[in-house]
Write a protein that binds this ligand. Sequence first.
Ligand code: PXG
Length: 495
Amino acid sequence: MVEQEFVELLVVGSIPTLGTTLWDNFFMDLNTSKINNKPTSFLQELDLEHHLHPFTDHKELKSKKPRVIVRGDGVFIYDNDGNRYLDAMSGLWCVNIGYGRKELALVAKKQMEELPYYNTFFQTSHPPVIELSTKIASLAPKDMNTIFFSSSGSEANETNIRLVRHYWASIGKPSKKIIISRRNAYHGSSMGAASLGGMSSMHSQGGLPIPNIEHINQPYWYGEGKNQAPEDFGKQRALELEEKINELGSENVAAFIGEPVQGAGGVIIPPDTYWPEIQRICDEHNILLISDEVICGFGRLGFWFGSESFKIKPDIMTIAKGLSSGYQPIGGSIISNKIAETLEQEGGEFNHGYTYSAHPVAAAVALENIRILDEEKIVEKVQNTTSKYLEEKWLLLNDHPLIGEARIKGMMGALELTPEKSKRSPFPLPEGEAGMITREICIKNGLIMRAVGDKMIISPPLIIEKNEIDELIDLIWKSLEESKNHLEKLGIAFN
Ligand code: PXG
């Protein structure tokens, strides 16, 4: 129907630049290397008719219409109407080196011309994956030197479920199957990964979790710590792991999985007492520790891996997102020597793999991304300069009357919205409404921030400069002011 209207527009000639046929215009013009964009309303209509979006209420989308993003440069993205947004979310926590790095496009082109695809099954390999795995091994802790590749974080966590069970079975402990995770964790969206995750809204669809996944409480002090000191609360939440292991029997528990800082759950930064206690418990009970580094890896916390910043010693690390800065879909599991050597010694196939495991183009792009992060010392710059500057500015947001807590670690920050600072009270509105109001105002002001319930979160590109951090903070303050005014008009009193 929409296509028909478009063709009619062409016939009457009201949009002469659009070319002769509908489909020609969807593709890149190889002469100018420009993507041919259509009028926004036209694209929106086709999108609504043919595209089912992830994590989207389509009834709502129909009235609001999708934003059509066409271009990115540094920390900014641009929509089809030329509006500029400071992307404080790095896409979906992934564009660590920022938008528009031509080197990655060139590497992709070269690799596509040379070897666009080959698999790594059946005793074959190719240079991009050999170089990439060697490079990742050189960055990972010294006892982690082997990588199994996937195309996403969800797939990598599916691999982890199978891998840890296979590992224990290989050494004569097949009953060690259960994986313990946390409520409000996010580990992906496929059946196994979403089961590992602790999102009740996801579990309520499709009969999740799968068997042999257990959840304990999260170390979310602001929301759940009540009057406890953060250190005591952190330790208490870690001890829930020990209680759970004792309840299940360590002979039945394969692994514990956690994000160093929970991302999608709302940038939950655990108290300092949390991870050391988790580490002790895993070590003492002979439980594998999986650090899900999909967000925290590749510089986000000022280290190559988030576990370094908490001194966690994982057996497996899940990686994706920042591995390629989102320029290509690629993920993986970094595996300890202990696990890799056991699998090698025991022999037999690990009956698992994806067509696109170690895709050569994705691997080449990831390698180039890491080269840039490394050579431009972006991770060190985050640790020594940018994250410190951002933290200093971020904490000033605590002075805003709408903010109950501004917390930050590396380049991940959260703002807890509240009408009553001293009591950390929720709003007398449905949960998430204040967050959604604030998010819409941010977008109107040219700022992409995510709302998780009534928390506002950021995870900006790691290449953000000080003047851009100033712009970010100014935009946030302005948006908080407007949001407070809006909420006051809805009858909310602030104190
Ligand atoms: N682990 C973690 C810690 C993640 O954050 C995944 C695994 C899954 O990765 P893939 O590549 O399969 O998406 C993620 C992904 C959000 C949001 O709303 C977060 C993610 C994905 C989509 C939305 O914050 N994280």
